[in-house]
Structure formats: C-alpha cells, structure tokens
Design a protein around this ligand. Structure first.
Ligand SMILES: *[C@@H]1O[C@H](CO)[C@@H](O)[C@H](O)[C@H]1NC(C)=O
Ligand SMILES: *[C@@H]1O[C@H](CO)[C@@H](O)[C@H](O)[C@H]1NC(C)=O
Ligand SMILES: *[C@@H]1O[C@H](CO)[C@@H](O)[C@H](O)[C@H]1NC(C)=O
Ligand SMILES: *[C@@H]1O[C@H](CO)[C@@H](O)[C@H](O)[C@H]1NC(C)=O
Ligand SMILES: *[C@@H]1O[C@H](CO)[C@@H](O)[C@H](O)[C@H]1NC(C)=O
Ligand SMILES: *[C@@H]1O[C@H](CO)[C@@H](O)[C@H](O)[C@H]1NC(C)=O
Ligand SMILES: *[C@@H]1O[C@H](CO)[C@@H](O)[C@H](O)[C@H]1NC(C)=O
Length: 565
C-alpha cells in the first residue's frame, strides 16, 4: 500500500498533520477557555494578575460604552490621567458633570458584571489602590464607653442584649423553621453604628498612614449618644456637648487639615431628624450634630437622610439576617423564591393619631375592609408580636406585597424586612426609599416596588386592593425576583466573617463613600465647588437624577411641616 502513495501526497499528509498540530496547540494555549464550564481548571493556572486585568478591561469597556464617539476620547483620557496629572480640559469637566448620573448607572452595571466574574473566579478584587481607609482612634467616650453604659441608653429598653455578637444582638436560632440554622439575630434597628464599626475593623484595606487613605472613618456612636438624652434631658447644652467635643477633637488632628474634613465620614444609626435641631430651645428635639459647620464638610451616613440637605446619605437599616457565608445568602434567596404566598398584601405597624396628615389609619381601614386579601399586624403597645422577628417575618414571607407608609418619618426598617422576605414593598412617597438608598437600590424603582401616591390614599381616590390585584401575574413574579436579587445589597454580613463573592450593604456603602470623596478631592484640586451647583433644598433631586429641573415628584417634597422636618 505504502508504495502506491506517491511522494507528493505523502508530503501533503505530513503537512496536514503539522497544521492540525499547530492549530491544536494554538487552541489549547492561546484561547481563554475559562468562560466554558468544565474548563475552569485551565484558568486556575493563570496568575491572579491575569484575572485582575480581565476585570479591569471590562471596566474600561463599560465606562466607555455609555458615551458616544465625541466623548469617548475624553473619558479614556480622564481615566488614565486621574491619578498622575491634573485634568486641564474644562470642556471635558462640563461633559462629565452632565454624564455623572449615567456614569453611576453604568458603574452599577459594571458592578454586577464584576460580581459575576468574581463569583466565577471565587474571590473579590485584591487591589487596595484607591480604597485605603484610615480609622480615627477616638477617645472611648465617643464609642466604647457608650456600650458599657448600655443600661442607661434607652429609657424603656435594656440595650445591653443588642450589643452582643458585635452589635447583631442575641442569636435567633430557627424557630418554626422559618429561618436558617445560622445567620439570624435579634437585631435592634438602631444598632447600625456598632455593626458598621465592627465591620470596618475587618475591612481589607485599612491603613495607619492617613496620607495614603482615600477616606477617613470617624467611629462615633452618634445615635447611641443622643438616644440617652432624647426623652430625658431637657437641657440642650447637655444634648449637644458630645457632638461639639467630637468636632473640636477632629479639628485639632492633622488629618482634618488635608481637606477640611471633606474626606471624613461617620455613621449615625438613627434618623437624620434626631441630629438636626434647628432652634436652641430646650423643648426642641435632638441635637445639632448635622448642622455644625464641620459636619457640612463630612459625609454622614444615616438610616434616613434629609431630602433637603446635602451632607447626609441614606444606607439600609439593619435587618435580622447577618450571614457569615455566601452560601447562607444563596440558600435564603432560594427559600424565598419557593415560598408560598397566600396573602395579597400585609401591613405591620401602628396608627399615628397625633400626626395630622398621616395615612396610616386609612391604610389600616382599607386593610381590614379587604378581609382575607390583607393581613394586619397592629402594633399598639411595646409588648406585642410586632417586636418579635418571627411574627413579622412570617407575615411578610406569606405575603405578595408589603405596605410601607411613612410613620413618624419617611422611612421604616420594615422596608428592609420586607425585601428580606421577598415581599414586594409598596411605598406611598418617594421619600421613603427612592431618594434615600441610592447606593443600594436600583434607579428604576418600578422594577422592584409599587408607588401609590399618599394623596390618593388620603383623598380616598384609590383602593389599595384594586391597584395591587390588577398587576399581571407575570409582572408580579418579575418584580419578586428583583426583590430577591436585592437581598444581598440591603443586609449587613456578620462582622466576624467575610463573604467571598457577595457584596453586601457595607461593601456598597464603602464604594459609594470612596467615590464621593474621590470626586470631592478632584474638585478641590481643580478649584471647583459642586456644592454651589444646586440649592441645598433640591439635594434629593440632584443626588437622585443629577439635575434640579422640575420633576413630577416635586409635590412630595414641599416642606409643609417645618416643625417636624
Ligand atoms: C453624543 O453626546 C452629545 C453630548 O452628550 C449629545 O449632545 C449627542 O446627542 C450624542 N449623540 C448621540 C448620537 O448619542
Ligand atoms: C480620538 O482621538 C484620536 C487620536 O487622539 C483622534 O484621531 C480621533 O479623531 C478622536 N476621536 C474623536 C471622536 O474625537
Ligand atoms: C483600563 O484602564 C486602566 C486604567 O486607565 C489601564 O491601566 C488599563 O491598561 C486599561 N485596560 C485595557 C484593557 O484597556
Ligand atoms: C495600625 O497600628 C496598630 C497599633 O500600632 C496595629 O495594631 C494595627 O495592626 C495597624 N494596622 C494596620 C492596618 O497597619
Ligand atoms: C444645662 O446643663 C449645663 C451643664 O450641666 C448647666 O451648666 C446649665 O446650667 C444647664 N441649663 C439649664 C437651663 O438647666
Ligand atoms: C470645609 O472645607 C473647606 C474646603 O476644604 C475648608 O476651606 C473649610 O475650612 C472647611 N470647614 C471647616 C469647618 O473646617
Ligand atoms: C463650597 O461652597 C459652599 C457654599 O458656598 C461653602 O460652604 C463650602 O465651604 C465650599 N467648599 C469648598 C471646598 O470651597
């Protein structure tokens, strides 16, 4: 047989083999197989830096994709030069301002992609460049001493139990098999500053060299401080004294001088109105922490921010769930996906007879009138089911929608309990969430919630049951899936553990703060001041939409009751 093949054909066969071999070689080594399942082991051989470069690339792409051709060059230029050279093009800066909200959105998209990538590579980004945080070593009277006086912090409740487990409170266990065997705690809604501080102690990019830090954290327990005096002390100088001591202490530190405190941030675990006493009269509410001139420069994170002020930013209330592994998060999400929901809507709360324009009693009436379609948990006195996590969570898990009307103020912890339970929140004012939790909730509120304007309820123009039962089944399940996807973004993981791929509310907050401080730093360098770009009264609009143009929500934000807000 051999002899029957001419020499030329034999050469051709060898050439064929050679080409096959080369192509096989190229296929194996030059193409990144990692996106294909089953080829993960190949990517493991790559050094970490390759994985990192990979996500870096997608960042550039996504940063560029939102701009059209004219501005592409400018964006790339800015991204590259930011660290080393001062940007000189004022024309470009104007453009950037216009694009800011869009950039934000695209960054969010990027964050999602990035998270997927990290989930695949099984680790979070390892570079601390631009993420270093310096923590002030405050005198203990501003934090730890308050924990030691836990019995005196609240007139009615012994707060000591709530500081167990690094501020998470006592372990909840798994009563009625409602929760998971781990990760659940009886957490007080005002414990955030303690939880946040403990999370910060584990933050992966801490530095002792403040000149290297992008931002500076002030671990002052502002809410625990003022809670001691809210009901007892009618002496404003007593109420203000710690806040005044704090800013005095801060100003004497060299770190303050670098940016006049504009790189400083602190967490106040109570609503903003507890720190905004406008008049100096003993019977006025709260202290004036957030009104001090030093506080105007700092970024203050709080569970409810003021729509009319620019120095505070809303971050989620703590819930009962504080997972210590990614798996606990995924398990919980799946559990909520499979949950049978027999009630159309639910309301847990108390009427507010003392607040003239409160819609709560109307809501409770409507709920009662809707009979089996609505479940009502009326919170009349302190010792009832309302403060038992198991009752609240059971109701929310069995319900399709959860009503979140304003109470004493715009926001409620209940909003986050409802998201956690996969129950679609129904709001009555955009001030309750949409202009508050910009770093944690999607810009498009229609994807995960319902807005029924409070005036319509007050004037009895709508029946809540009708609005909710008319939403198509498909739309409802899409919304619920969005809500369930939000769960990781609104919970605070256990400070004693570290999640691998999931970004929680703490991670998103830190990202938001670092971005904001970096923007302020850039402005100072360029001699600009974006704070004069908009009237403080329009902060809600500027921060949410990047513009102060007329908006359909304007009527929600008329300041009708200045005594309250
Ligand atoms: C490109 O961007 C400029 C400036 O933002 C804008 O005026 C223009 O309409 C955009 N063009 C397209 C095709 O999107
Ligand atoms: C982008 O920059 C390149 C080189 O600097 C230039 O040739 C090109 O025209 C620019 N593109 C636009 C759309 O300005
Ligand atoms: C992405 O941008 C960074 C920072 O400007 C740069 O170092 C890197 O080379 C870019 N990556 C790609 C793939 O363009
Ligand atoms: C900062 O200094 C303290 C005390 O010297 C030390 O315990 C801590 O580990 C240092 N932290 C970092 C991030 O270097
Ligand atoms: C308030 O407290 C301060 C400090 O304890 C005291 O000096 C002052 O007299 C008090 N004022 C009133 C009105 O009681
Ligand atoms: C606030 O920051 C500005 C700019 O850095 C600075 O000029 C001003 O003194 C700061 N205010 C206070 C009270 O430190
Ligand atoms: C920016 O302007 C505001 C209002 O005029 C002023 O209070 C603030 O100190 C300015 N900030 C800087 C960094 O100059």
């Amino acid at each position: 047989m051999d002899h029957s093949i001419p020499a030329r054909s034999r050469k051709k066969i060898w050439l064929g083999f050679f080409i096959l071999f080369v192509s096989w070689y190229l296929l194996l080594y030059l193409i990144d197989w990692s996106p294909l399942p089953g080829f993960a082991s190949v990517s493991h051989h790559q050094p970490n830096s390759v994985v990192y470069l990979g996500s870096d690339y997608s960042q550039n792409v996504s940063l560029m994709s939102h701009v059209n051709d004219t501005s592409k060059n400018a964006t790339v230029y800015a991204e590259k030069e930011e660290k080393s050279v001062k940007i000189s093009s004022t024309e470009f800066e104007g453009l950037r301002n216009e694009l800011e909200p869009k950039v934000q959105q695209d960054d969010d998209k990027y964050a999602e992609k990035d998270q997927e990538k990290r989930a695949k590579s099984g680790r979070k980004s390892n570079s601390c460049t631009g993420r270093y945080i310096y923590v002030h070593d405050l005198p203990s009277k501003f934090n730890n001493d308050l924990l030691k006086q836990c019995k005196l912090l609240n007139k009615w409740t012994d707060m000591c139990q709530y500081f167990l487990n690094m501020g998470l409170g006592p372990a909840l266990g798994n009563p009625q098999r409602m929760f998971l065997s781990k990760g659940w705690f009886v957490t007080d809604q005002f414990s955030l500053e303690v939880i946040f501080h403990n999370r910060m102690k584990q933050y992966e990019c801490l530095t002792n060299d403040s000149t290297r830090a992008t931002a500076i954290y002030v671990p002052y327990y502002a809410g625990l401080d003022i809670a001691r005096h809210l009901w007892d002390s009618h002496n404003i100088s007593v109420r203000d004294s710690d806040a005044l001591d704090l800013v005095k202490w801060l100003r004497e530190k060299p770190e303050w001088n670098a940016m006049g405190g504009m790189d400083h941030f602190l967490v106040a675990g109570r609503i903003t109105w507890d720190f905004r006493r406008v008049i100096d009269e003993d019977n006025a509410w709260g202290n004036k922490l957030m009104l001090l001139s030093e506080s105007q420069n700092m970024t203050i994170l709080t569970i409810e921010s003021s729509p009319w002020n620019k120095n505070d930013f809303g971050i989620p209330y703590p819930t009962y769930f504080h997972p210590s592994s990614d798996d606990q998060v995924f398990q919980w999400q799946n559990k909520m996906r499979q949950q049978k929901r027999r009630t159309l809507f639910t309301f847990a709360g108390a009427p507010r007879p003392n607040i003239e324009d409160s819609i709560r009693s109307e809501i409770m009436e409507q709920c009662t009138a809707s009979r089996r379609k609505c479940r009502l948990l009326e919170c009349k006195n302190g010792r009832n089911k309302c403060i038992k996590p198991v009752h609240i969570m059971k109701m929310f898990q069995n319900s399709i929608f959860c009503l979140q009307p304003p109470g004493d103020s715009f926001t409620r912890r209940s909003t986050f309990d409802s998201i956690l339970a996969g129950c679609i929140p129904v709001f009555f004012s955009p001030a309750s969430a949409y202009v508050q939790y910009l770093w944690n909730l999607p810009t498009d509120y229609t994807t995960y919630s319902i807005l029924i304007p409070e005036d319509d309820v007050k004037q009895k123009n709508v029946r809540i049951e009708h609005v909710l039962s008319r939403i198509p089944r498909k739309k409802v399940s899409e919304m619920r899936e969005e809500v369930i996807k939000l769960i990781p973004k609104v919970i605070y993981a256990d400070p004693r553990a570290r999640l691998k791929t999931v970004e929680d509310a703490f991670d998103l907050t830190i990202k938001g703060v670092l971005e904001r401080v970096e923007k302020l730093r850039r402005e100072i360098r360029e001699g600009r001041n974006s704070s004069i770009d908009f009237d403080q009264e329009n902060s809600w609009k500027y921060y949410t939409f990047g513009t102060t143009q007329e908006h359909e929500w304007d009527h929600f934000f008329l300041r009708t009751n200045r005594a309250r807000y």
